[in-house]
Design a protein around this ligand. Structure first.
Ligand SMILES: C[S@@+](CC[C@H](N)C(=O)[O-])C[C@H]1O[C@@H](n2cnc3c(N)ncnc32)[C@H](O)[C@@H]1O
Length: 203
């Protein structure tokens, strides 16, 4: 089961990442009105999703463990005249972030982690979300065939990951939009099958 580490992401960013679609993910746009207040974007990449919420006047912090996409996100913010904070930071160290947020988004990060790191990541998310705050998460689904790309995640794994301290409000089939690649037909037409998850921090 593939789990992506830092060097695999560095290699992918040396080329053209399939997730670099040049716009926010549709699954997040569809619920944008529910993603309120201050927003943490965990694994923000080059910031398309984070900057969308910044463009709505929200206070946004994006974190990614690689400097290159973070610098790219900062450049986009400058060019587009938007204010957002982008930090080079490991999402497994979220507990060290001295800030709490009303909302968090995760587009393509959760499915990167192995079981133990997944637990640590979810604990970190709980520590940076205000009680009642919501996490909006898009991850590869076990309904996506093949093993190209990240780990596939089942509905039960999502429910288990957020069983304590969270209320899972929604787990529904969705798509993770990717750039078309005529030389690579590994993903389902329309983008890899994904789960769109809304989980509320209990409290
Ligand atoms: C599939 S990409 C998605 C990027 C962006 N969220 C999007 O949807 O366009 C996953 C991102 O998570 C970052 N990442 C992976 N593991 C991470 C970790 N432990 N901490 C912070 N960022 C991580 C990668 O560098 C990459 O930018």
């Amino acid at each position: 089961m593939p789990v992506h580490d830092r060097s695999s992401f560095e290699n992918i960013y040396a080329g053209q990442p399939r997730w670099e679609i040049g716009r926010p993910q549709k699954a997040l746009l569809d619920v944008a009105d529910r993603i309120t207040g201050s927003v943490l974007d965990a694994g923000c990449g080059t910031g398309e999703n984070a900057l969308f919420f910044a463009s709505r006047g929200q206070t946004v912090t994006g974190i990614d463990f690689l400097a290159e996409p973070v610098e790219w996100a900062r450049r986009k913010a400058d060019e587009w005249g938007l204010t957002a904070t982008f930090l080079v930071m490991d999402a497994l160290a979220l507990k060290e972030l001295p800030e709490v947020f009303d909302s968090a988004i995760d587009s393509g990060l959760f499915h990167v982690f192995g079981d133990e790191d997944r637990r640590r990541y979810v604990e970190g998310l709980a520590s940076v979300l205000k009680p009642g705050g919501r996490l909006f998460l898009l991850c590869f689904s076990d309904e996506e065939p093949g093993d190209q790309g990240p780990r596939r995640v089942s509905r039960k794994e999502i429910e288990d990951a957020f069983a304590e301290g969270w209320v899972v409000e929604r787990v529904e089939p969705s798509r993770y939009e990717v750039r078309p690649d005529p030389n690579d037909s590994s993903f389902a037409d329309g983008g890899p099958r994904a789960w769109f998850v809304v989980a509320r921090r209990a409290g």
